[in-house]
Design a binder for this molecule. Structure first.
Ligand code: AMP
Ligand code: ZN
Ligand code: FE
Ligand code: FE
Length: 288
């Protein structure tokens, strides 16, 4: 019999720096309340939450891993690349992120225009207010729709309007996952494929991404059941990828299966991530 333990690691979380509902400091406080020892902040296309989260973590004894989740795509599929142990002050990273956020905002405005055309007027300014200065994404637009009474929940907003194939969907500007991986590595980080089940056919994708320097992929993901995790574990082993995981927490009640600290991530995976970070750093140092 294996002993079931309370999770102490969560490697996939969002704050108000992107589309999460808790500020970085609130997120750290909540992680502490739930008994976590290691927390990675992985906001979408931004590192703005890392400094306040790191500061908040210092007084709590929680280890805060600086991370990010970059949005890219492969054909019609969203491919999200997580970066761990990135240097949030790396100039090349900051310049690229500024550009990605500008493209995001262009897309967000186009989505709001679609909603207006569909008879659901929303002020873009209101979406910005809801985002409180963070990277804006579709969940903020969904919340503005709820406020106006157009939908009853974030899930409904996505399922009926915002998801691919629905009337207010606007594709994002193409970013290649290879470029996202390169950016993570340029910032000294370790690249991991997020929620692989929605990334399209895995064999050809992993062939490309492993060549580009992918080091791990999420196996222990809150929304995945045991058989899906077993399936992904086999694939991770086959490609020698570090099996990582986390809740993808955005806020309580955001989406089923995404409760903070609800996923058991093996400590061995965390150790392998650290090792990959050390090796990568040493590698680039020795090349000068
Ligand atoms: P964006 O970055 O603007 O493309 O929005 C993507 C975000 O929306 C991600 O954080 C997802 O977690 C969230 N999301 C995607 N699909 C759904 C859904 N069906 N229900 C709730 N949230 C979703
Ligand atoms: Zn999100
Ligand atoms: Fe994601
Ligand atoms: Fe996420």
């Amino acid at each position: 019999m294996t002993q079931s333990q309370k999770p102490v690691v969560d490697l996939h979380t969002h704050s108000t720096a992107s589309d999460g509902w808790l500020t970085p400091a609130q997120l750290v406080a909540e992680a502490r309340r739930r008994g976590l020892r290691t927390l990675a902040l992985t906001d979408h296309d931004t590192v703005a939450g890392i400094a306040p989260a790191t500061q908040a973590a210092e007084s709590t004894g929680i280890e805060l891993i600086p991370g990010i989740e970059l949005s890219s795509s492969s054909g019609p599929h969203e491919v999200h690349i997580l970066g761990y142990f990135i240097d949030p002050s790396e100039p090349a990273l900051l310049t690229r992120l500024e550009h990605l956020v500008a493209q995001r905002n262009e897309r967000n405005r186009a989505i709001v225009e679609r909603l207006n055309d569909l008879g659901m007027p929303i002020e873009y300014q209101r979406v910005e207010e809801i985002a409180t200065g963070g990277t804006i994404g579709r969940p903020h637009i969904a919340r503005a729709m709820i406020e106006q009474g157009y939908v009853g929940s974030i899930g409904q907003a996505f399922n009926e309007y915002l998801t691919r194939g629905k009337p207010a969907y606007v594709p994002r500007r193409k970013v290649l996952p290879e470029d996202a991986i390169a950016l993570v590595k340029a910032a000294g980080g370790v690249a991991v494929l997020a929620h692989p089940m929605t990334a399209g056919e895995l064999a050809p994708l992993l062939e490309r991404l492993v060549t580009a320097g992918l080091a791990g992929m999420e196996v222990f993901y809150g929304e995945y059941d045991r058989s899906t995790r077993n399936h992904l574990q086999v694939i991770a082993d086959r490609w020698n990828l570090i099996p990582t995981g986390g809740s993808d927490f955005h806020g309580e009640g955001f989406k089923e299966g995404r409760s903070l600290g609800s996923v058991e991530v093996p400590l061995a995976s965390l150790e392998r991530l650290r090792q990959a970070h050390r090796n990568g750093t040493r590698g680039s140092d020795s090349r000068g």
